[in-house]
Design a binder for this molecule. Sequence first.
Ligand code: MG
Length: 253
Amino acid sequence: MTRPSSRRPLQALTFDLDDTLWDNQGVMALTEQGHYAWLDERLAEWLAARDESDLGRFAERLPIEAYQRRRRELAERHPLRRGDFTWIREQALCALLEEFGLPRAASWLWALAAMERFHALRLRVSPYPEVEPMLAELGRHYRLASITNGNLAFHRLALSRHFEVSIAAGEMHAPKPDPRCFLMALAKLGASPERAMHIGDSWQEDILPAVRLGMQAAWIAGDTPHGEAMPAGVHRLSHIRELPALLEKLGRE
Ligand SMILES: [Mg+2]
């Protein structure tokens, strides 16, 4: 196996987003509940204004569990699009709104409006305080890309300006661990895998595919227990803030 010390200097860094640059759980839970509740409330007002309240309340007749079930069914029926979460949500919402009793055109408009709300809520992530200055500094030495399976509208976040390339892997129907999203990021950055490092929190979706391509990897493992030594080229970190020290150490080897 190649020893890290025999590797050539790194040129490019690719970053996972959710749970690597910020804690995603709270925002995701609020977004999931929030956009569905928003749809239920706004739709009730709209129907009342049109004297069509006899349809009842949307979320009472079709609670959020029905929406989640519909999304799972769509992902199973369309395996290629299973990672395209925006498409799945739009389709599921539209189908439920039609089932509720709205005409198809109105169902689409309400589904798209609810997804606007979804994206606004989804953007309320709080990057760890070290992330912004860290990316600004790393961008002076490395070419940077982001690769996410999530459907966050990343280009709307100020933080995205640090990345030359941002890949929404689910929307290109190649969610991690599919190697194609990594290869696309590297091709766009003009970097070869052996001179690149991927940084992410998921062993299965971030670390394994990166290592298989010959990239180095920094695993943001938090307090995940482990009893074994890391494979060659994999570096375990507790938090993203430890990345600059790791890169400095590798640069000295
Ligand atoms: Mg992640």
